[in-house]
Write a protein that binds this ligand. Structure first.
Ligand code: MHF
Ligand code: KIV
Ligand code: MG
Length: 264
């Protein structure tokens, strides 16, 4: 298989073929995911929690992201590699460009930013400078202190409409991919149908075009509190490679996420 680009993901959306994606932070797992045909690998700022042991993603620096992006890039030949811009590194368009430049030079093919229509100028500025952008709406973990905890977003009608309009505005500004985290399944379905670009869900039901999981959650190795939307695929299979294949297969056939991993 050749390198996956945004056009392959667009085609999958148009054909109704659901795709999986997963986070990776190191070369060994990145190579394993790439070998198994995972189309999208995300170097998430969740690394602040699963790699560094912080209780949220805010302490992650651009240098941390650069280091892990390099590790993953070296080991990835086919998957689309997306890297998160960390907390407060894209507060204005020019700092977004300076920091995105570091992630792209480290080997990312797209950067992800958390937030809504206030990012439209930033998205245009990044696009003009050759940086494809994935946006992230819903439970945006960098805003955990605004939300007062990791809480489902978009439960009331007004907030759901706000998220919907942010998604449309970001698409119009040039965003090529959208992550929707921890929103009711019906809202995720409404947004997925309204958008031309692919939508990847996490805790957003099974109607999105793709799914993403933090790799540690997919293998059931996360200790302490594990979010409801995750599933331990290793428990079902007993082998890491088989777990990855099981995750991809259950996303493709629509059985993951099931009702027990979905918010209403
Ligand atoms: N291991 C891990 N998995 C993740 O999915 C993840 C991270 N880390 N770190 C960065 C963010 C933080 N995320 C989180 C963390 C906690 C919840 C959580 O506790 N959710 C509650 C919902 C509470 C409500 O009902 O509003 C849940 O029950 O799942 C959700 C997303 C998602 N991301
Ligand atoms: C969970 C995904 C979407 C993420 O942003 C991360 O891993 O940081
Ligand atoms: Mg993230």
């Amino acid at each position: 298989m050749s390198k996956i680009g945004i056009n392959q993901l667009l085609k999958m959306k148009q054909e109704g073929i659901k795709f999986a994606s997963i986070t990776a932070y190191d070369a060994t797992f990145a190579k394993l995911f790439d070998d198994e045909g995972m189309p999208v690998i995300l170097i998430g700022d969740s690394l602040g929690m699963v790699m560094q042991g912080h209780s949220d993603t805010l302490p992650v620096t651009i240098d941390d992201m650069v280091y892990h992006t390099r590790c993953v890039r070296r080991a990835t030949s086919k998957a689309l590699v997306i890297a998160d811009l960390p907390f407060m590194t894209y507060a204005d368009p020019s700092s977004a460009c300076a920091n995105a430049a570091k992630l792209m030079a480290a080997g990312a093919s797209m950067v992800k930013i958390e937030g809504g229509d206030w990012l439209c100028d930033t998205v245009r500025q990044l696009n003009r400078n050759g940086v494809p952008v994935c946006a992230h709406l819903g439970l945006t973990p960098q805003s955990v202190h605004v939300f007062g905890g990791f809480r489902i977003q978009g439960r009331d009608e007004q907030q759901a409409d706000e998220i919907y309009h942010h998604a449309l505005a970001l698409q119009a500004a040039g965003v090529q991919l959208l992550v929707l985290e921890c929103v009711p399944a019906a809202l995720a379905e409404r947004i997925t149908k309204a958008l031309r670009i692919p939508v990847i869900g996490i805790g957003a039901g099974n109607a999105t075009d793709g799914q993403v999981l933090v790799m540690h959650d997919a293998f059931g190795v996360t200790s302490g509190y594990t979010p409801k939307f995750t599933k331990n695929f290793l428990a079902e299979t007993g082998d890491v490679r088989a777990a990855v294949r099981q995750y991809m297969a259950q996303v493709a056939d629509g059985s993951f996420p099931g009702p027990e991993q979905t918010f209403n």
